[in-house]
Ligand binder design. Structure first.
Ligand code: CFM
Ligand code: HCA
Length: 531
């Protein structure tokens, strides 16, 4: 891939080329190689990234149904974050709170930008309270809010006092960080400060866990809920697919946190451990074998013979179904080439599904992940702290002084299991899993995407809606790994079966060879100019 990297960057001015080269690595799973990540995109280059507000409001808090997520800003920011992520939710009863189908905004106008929007924000909070009587309201700052200096935190404090419900603000202006990633961190901090620990309800269930970083895209979380329920594992809270702020408030009472998307939610996992002594493990439920592996790891943690037996029974039954479908489809898609460029965890997790089908991931990268998501958490101490990182508050967490909440039992359990080689707080990142000489690219640009397609002629490209049609016009099918193209679920055992079938549908066809575009044979625009 080194000549490919050189060819890709040859189009860039030398300074840009030098910088982009650092974000591209010919992988060698045996050795550590730094990848430039979580740095600002060079202005003028079109990439897939979104903004900090999207990461905070859209991604982390968006799927939570019993909180009014009020956007302080122009209407467009709210409209474009309105249900586009396909997170599903299932209220406990028909009348239970569910605000997810609404789009709440202060609808800032010129006047509010010039003279300040705090009064309008207060009015909007009062109106929302009067109309819906919610238990909580979150206020999300869009770009102009930070520019004009509206204090969403002071307004939230005042309104919390006036209305007597939980109201808190997020300084998640779009420009505040490098990407959505900054918004995840801001959201994690806000939830931890204002919600976690608000309710120390008595515990039910023998084995209690939270699932962190699972957002119920296409119903993924429903499939996982099904498995946990059958195993007898109590899923206390999910951050944040099919979730409630009510459950976040008592989520610090669990025995174990299982982290799916490390990028977006590792902060809460770490903070819960620091404050309450709850350990966390990295899990992955994308792919039949990953699902089995993660379920076994959870059962091993609880070390209960009955639970282990039940989990084995579920795995045996479900894997038989998965294997049957795989056996029928694998011979048809084996050897096909895939590449994927998605947010911060799916570009890694979906490699398991392709591996199961015998497909090869020739190139992959994240939009906005950090070096630890590529190279593994051991590089965290070496990550350069720059101005953009310093811009995001790092909460100082201290051990709870409530002896009933501090889990000495779990601290001891962790130490004991670690001696046996059980891995906690561990994420190896995507690179050790990828084949030698596969190409890793962070924050891939449009130009780079075109070049990659030209070089590798992949059978499948995975990305999002902005990339979909450009890629398909070049004759390569694109599978959206954000919205699943309205399919799914793809998590768990049922999810794996759905995904295999989807691959068969997309790849066992000749239709992509028939795609032809007029600009291949003649220039798109022909004209002459007379002066
Ligand atoms: Fe985590 Fe996500 Fe992702 Fe993400 Fe996203 Fe998403 Fe994604 Mo789109 S939290 S990093 S910010 S798994 S919205 S549910 S699909 S880019 S790979
Ligand atoms: C976001 C949301 C997004 C966009 C998906 C896409 C999602 O980044 O703000 O580009 O298709 O999953 O909905 O990642």
């Amino acid at each position: 891939p080194t000549p490919i990297i050189d060819e890709i960057i040859s189009k860039y001015p030398s300074k840009v080329a030098k910088k982009r080269k650092k974000a591209m690595v010919a992988n060698d799973p045996e050795i550590d190689q730094p990848v430039q990540a979580n740095v600002r995109t060079i202005p003028g280059i079109i990439t897939q990234r979104g903004c900090t507000y999207a990461g905070c409001k859209g991604v982390v808090l968006g799927p939570t149904r019993d909180i009014i997520n009020l956007v302080h800003g122009p209407i467009g920011c709210s409209f474009y974050a309105w249900l586009t992520r396909r997170n599903q939710t299932k209220p406990e009863t028909e009348t239970a709170e569910n605000y997810m189908m609404y789009s709440f905004s202060t609808d800032m106008q010129d006047e509010n930008i010039v003279f300040g929007g705090e009064v309008k924000l207060k009015e909007a909070i009062r109106e929302a309270y009067k109309l819906f009587n919610p238990k909580a309201i979150g206020v999300f700052s869009t770009c102009p809010v930070g520019l004009i200096g509206d204090d969403v935190h002071a307004v939230s404090r005042d309104m919390k006092e006036e209305l007597g419900i939980n109201i808190f603000g997020f300084s998640c202006e779009g420009y505040r960080g490098v990407s959505q990633s900054a918004g995840h961190h801001i959201a994690n901090n806000g939830i931890f400060k204002h919600v976690v620990g608000n309710n120390d309800r008595p515990r039910e269930g023998k084995f209690q866990i939270n699932l962190l970083g699972e957002y119920n895209i296409g119903g993924d979380a429903f499939e996982l809920e099904r498995l946990f329920e059958e195993a007898g594992i109590t899923l206390v809270s999910t951050y944040s697919g099919n979730s409630t702020v009510e459950s976040f408030a008592y989520s610090h009472t669990v025995d174990l946190n299982v982290v799916m998307c490390h990028r977006s939610i590792n902060y809460i996992a770490e903070m819960m451990e620091e404050k309450y002594g709850i350990p966390w493990i990295k899990g992955n439920f994308i792919g039949g074998s990953s699902t089995a592996k993660t379920l076994r790891k959870v059962a091993e943690f609880f070390d209960d013979a009955e639970l282990i037996e039940k989990v084995e029974e579920i795995i045996a039954r479900e894997e038989a179904k998965v294997e049957a479908v795989k056996a029928a489809i694998k011979p048809k898609v084996e050897g096909k080439l895939a590449m994927m460029f998605v947010g911060g965890s799916r570009a890694h997790h979906y490699q398991d599904l392709f591996e199961e089908l015998g497909m090869l991931t020739v190139s992959a990268g994240y939009e906005f992940a950090h070096r630890d998501d590529y190279e593994g958490r051991h590089v965290i101490p070496d990550i350069k702290i720059d101005a953009d990182t310093r811009n995001i508050e790092e909460l100082t967490i201290t051990k709870t002084d409530n002896p009933e909440l501090w889990r000495d039992d779990l601290v001891a359990k962790k130490a004991e299991l670690e001696k046996k080689g059980y891995e906690f707080s561990h994420y190896a990142g995507m690179m050790p899993q990828m084949k030698k000489n596969s190409l890793v690219i962070d924050d891939v640009s449009h130009h780079e995407t075109e070049k990659l397609i030209e070089f590798y002629k992949p059978d499948l490209f995975c990305a999002g809606i902005k990339e979909k049609y450009v890629v398909q016009k070049s004759g390569v099918p694109l599978k959206q790994l954000h919205s699943y193209d309205y399919g799914g679920p793809y998590a768990g055992f049922e999810g794996a079966i759905n995904f295999y079938k989807e691959m068969e549908r997309m790849l066992v066809t000749n239709v992509w060879n028939l795609v032809d575009t007029p600009w291949k044979s003649e220039p798109e625009i022909v004209g002459s100019m007379t002066i």
